[in-house]
Design a protein around this ligand. Sequence first.
Ligand code: G6P
Ligand code: MG
Length: 218
Amino acid sequence: DIKGFVFDLDGVVTDTSRFHAQAWGQLADKLGVDYPGLGDAVKGISRMDALEMILKKGGLENNYSPAEKEALATEKNTNYIQLIQNMTAADILPGMADFLAELKDNGYGIALASASKNAPTILAKIGLSDYFTKAVDPASLTNGKPDPEIFIKGAQLLGLAPTQCIGLEDAVAGITGINAAGETSIGIGDCDLLHEADINFSDTSQVTLANIKHVMND
Ligand code: G6P
Ligand code: MG
């Protein structure tokens, strides 16, 4: 029986993936790296891993020292922080505030499994911090998504086995991680891209307990 939900943040609870895409795009342009599909490629990927992906795409991975790479990642983050500055509850994706309330009312566990070090800031801005008192600290991870570590730790925070949890993701790397953790995966967005998910919803407004129970034949 499902007893808990492990949430990605960017692109699931709120539409920050466009800001990540924009800030990484700015940096890729500056580095002279042409990266078609950059926005989807960086979804779920940690800050330093995303930087490495961009440098590799341009054949630049050996052109920068570790300190210079840190500076590039910080530059991206500074631009990103500008973009999320004015976020409010209006930036919660359709249906997600209701879904969180529904989960809480029905006694389900709720945990956050976001790779983003900006997650606490964003949750505060959109007014959802109270739902996510259980959050995996991305700084504590040995491996980022697609590794299952963050989803396994999310289930642990809830005191549940992974098989008792559903993970929600908009990223291919995230779905891979949820599946490898042994949780049930819900992919939100393009169902061709997220075809590895156990359950697909084209957008967040479809994510309700009734719809999930329906597709799980519960
Ligand atoms: C999320 C986003 C990624 C982002 C990562 C790290 O997983 O989907 O695009 O790179 O978080 O975010 P941060 O805010 O720590 O740079
Ligand atoms: Mg995401």
